[in-house]
Design a protein. Structure first.
Ligand code: ADP
Ligand code: MG
Length: 571
């Protein structure tokens, strides 16, 4: 065969193969575009493993009318313009390839309105060619819809895995970006089911709660290095490592819980994983891996992201410096992480009455005579909580109390939730959940999607005090509820069951939290002195009284020393 230049359509398709390997690559590129556009909210929808449909909608700056067609041309980008820019890339995209590549292998629709423009644009493309163009009203931002991905490339389609596997890759990409950008709200739905929703609060821990669940979140510790510019002159080449590290107690069987970002770009780095694992050396059993979410910030010229079209591989100019910085931060955080909450540092020795939770450790049969047990067979209390004297209530939301060393401000909802959580878990483990019979059985209807979950879990719910029996098509008869939920929104708990069980193995923990949360006293509710005293007393029985099951603090302690300082009595 003689040599000839390939026609542009073939060139485009060959090149597209590098950027768009599978549906999750499309999601990655489009989410990156949304983030580069400064979006504070990104909604991602996938159907049929991302092959039938992918839709990414953002509220970013939008694309100006004059440029909508240009965005689909190869090497068209608004993000860099000269060779120097390539040396210091501050956006996630820069190669101008993604939209052109996606349009070459799928049917694409674009709806967008740029900031400052009155009307937006609509564009539809087939095989990379515009087939329809219109003006269209919409809110500021961009929506890209990608249909029938790889329809024209049967070989590529064959190489994809099952829709479930492709969906889980999509979920992973979205999860990683959600962790990298805690200030952005992400919503992900797979085949019509919302599987991830992050609050976009800017606090990484809030995202971790949504992504990994409260149990992991509770065992994560903040890490940070560098002085953040506060102490005078900062070395311009400073490497700053921030994020959350899992305590050894929540180690995992795989490395899937290690996330690394370099200047908020998600990167795959076996070396970084190795460096972090080395820092845990001696703290984890063999075959176990830590949980970590770390962002490494360094001046952009120090890193080369232009290694591969997918931009997940990077090179550091001074690899050793980066690795040393990471290792130092991780090691220090691990050493510093006190096993007990901070509040304990100030609690004076105080012998709490035997907490209820200890009972569950007493061997069966000896419950009635716990006193006769040799003292060593009882677990040592993990925490001694000071006796508190009630002072009053603040803003119908906080309880003020005096302790052995100063003032305690207690969040009434969080504290109550904490107490209930402990009781529920303890009673469930003894299979002695207190139940409340309903005056009349109530019919609870479930959606077709919930039905699947309810079918497999309704019997388990009995262990939590919900007695449910199937009642015709997609309905259950509820006869009892856990006592804590009597006259409360127990239906809300059942409605959230799908959410609770689908997020992983520790659904029992999450259900206990959900019940506790729905039963606990609300903020804004006036409490009598007796009620508040009772709450303080019960708080003494909780293993970890200073943080709620969501990992947030339940109380703030102002020591006498701090007060003396504030009032200028002491230097
Ligand atoms: P790159 O991101 O590398 O610049 P893309 O092909 O992904 O290349 O996008 C091309 C251009 O289209 C971007 O540079 C940007 O100007 C514009 N664009 C793409 N997606 C969006 C979006 N969601 N919001 C605003 N502009 C966008
Ligand atoms: Mg891009």
């Amino acid at each position: 065969m003689s040599i000839k230049l390939l026609n542009p359509q073939i060139v485009a398709r060959i090149a597209a193969g590098e950027v768009v390997e599978r549906p999750s690559s499309v999601v990655k590129e489009l989410v990156e575009n949304a983030l580069d556009a400064g979006a504070s909210q990104i909604v991602i929808e996938s159907q049929g493993g991302g092959v039938s449909l992918l839709r990414i909608a953002d509220n970013g700056v939008g694309i100006p009318t004059a440029e909508v067609e240009l965005t689909f041309q190869r090497y068209a980008t608004s993000k860099i313009s000269n060779l120097d820019d390539l040396e210091s890339i501050i956006t996630l995209g820069f190669r101008g390839e993604a939209l052109a590549s996606i349009a070459a292998v799928a049917e694409v629709e674009l709806a967008t309105r740029a900031a400052g423009e009155a009307v937006g644009s609509y564009l539809s493309l087939r095989d990379g060619v515009v087939v329809e163009r219109n003006r269209q009203g919409r809110s500021q931002g961009t929506t890209l819809t990608v249909k029938n991905l790889f329809r024209s490339m049967p070989a590529r389609l064959k190489f994809l895995k099952s829709p479930n596997t492709e969906n889980s890759r999509i979920a992973n990409v979205v999860t990683q970006y959600a962790l990298a950008f805690a200030e952005v709200k992400f919503v992900l739905s797979l085949d019509g089911r919302t599987v991830l929703r992050t609050p976009g609060s800017g606090r990484l821990i809030d995202t971790v709660i949504e992504v990994y669940g409260p149990e992991i979140a509770r065992n994560m510790r903040d890490v940070s290095s560098g002085n953040g510019g506060r102490l005078g002159k900062v070395d311009p080449t400073t490497i700053v490592v921030t994020g959350l590290l899992g305590m050894p107690a929540i180690s995992r069987a795989s490395r899937n819980y290690l996330s690394f970002f370099v200047n908020h770009r998600w990167v795959n780095s076996r070396l970084l994983a190795w460096v972090v694992e080395e820092a845990y050396h001696g703290l984890l059993m063999t075959g176990r891996h830590p949980v970590a979410v770390l962002n490494i910030s360094l001046p952009s010229p120090e890193v080369d992201v232009n290694v591969h079209p997918t931009k997940t591989e990077i090179r550091f100019h001074d690899e050793r410096r980066v690795f040393t910085a990471v290792q130092k931060v991780v090691r220090r955080a691990l050493l510093e992480s006190a096993p007990l909450p901070k509040i304990e540092e100030v609690a004076i020795a105080y012998v709490a009455p035997q907490p209820m939770w200890q009972m569950s450790h007493v061997p069966a049969g000896s419950i009635e005579h716990p006193i006769s047990l040799p003292p060593t067979s009882r677990p040592i209390p993990a925490f001694s909580f000071p006796a508190l004297r009630l002072l009053g209530q603040l803003a119908s939301s906080y309880i003020l109390a005096e302790g052995p060393d100063g003032l305690y401000l207690i969040d009434q909802h969080a504290a109550h939730e904490n107490i209930l959580f402990t009781q529920i878990k303890e009673q469930r483990s003894r299979q002695q959940i207190e139940v409340q019979g309903l005056l009349e059985p109530v019919t609870f209807e479930v959606s077709p999607q919930q039905d699947e979950i309810f079918k497999s879990y309704y019997k388990e719910l009995a262990g939590f005090g919900f007695s449910l029996e199937p009642f015709g098509e997609r309905a259950y008869l509820v006869r009892t509820v856990p006592v804590w939920l009597h006259r409360k929104d127990w239906m809300g708990v059942l409605r959230k069951l799908t959410d609770v069980v689908e997020r992983g193995d520790d659904w029992v923990e999450r259900l206990a939290i959900s019940i506790a949360c729905h039963s606990a006293i609300r903020a804004g509710q006036v409490m009598s002195d007796d009620e508040m005293r009772e709450l303080l007393r019960q708080l003494e029985l909780v293993v970890m009284p200073s943080s709620c099951p969501h990992g947030r603090p339940t109380m703030i302690h102002l020591t006498l020393g701090q007060l003396e300082k504030e009032f200028g009595r002491r230097g």
